[in-house]
Design a protein. Structure first.
Length: 82
């Protein structure tokens, strides 16, 4: 069920909201993958920051797709190319 929610949010570029370690987070989801230990994780940008973080599926609770909030991915541009 979580995978379907995350895949839908990634495809439609919808923000999601969930509880992680009992903290409420809003995330721009980018990728679902597995970490070096074989656990399923989701990578995304936490709202109001420019840092991409990894979140373990096992610790994610109460996922909500915020269909009215959409995002476009941040594309880093190297200053040396400007």
């Amino acid at each position: 069920m979580k995978s379907e929610i995350f895949n839908s949010a990634i495809t439609n570029r919808n923000r999601i909201q969930f509880l992680y370690d009992f903290k409420e987070l809003t995330l721009d989801p980018y990728l679902v993958a597995r970490n070096q230990f074989g656990k399923k994780v989701v990578y995304g940008r936490v709202n109001n920051s420019n840092i991409i973080k990894m979140f373990e599926y096992d610790k994610i609770l109460n996922i909500k797709i915020l269909s009215h909030l959409r995002f476009s991915p941040i594309i880093p541009i190297m200053p040396s190319l400007n």
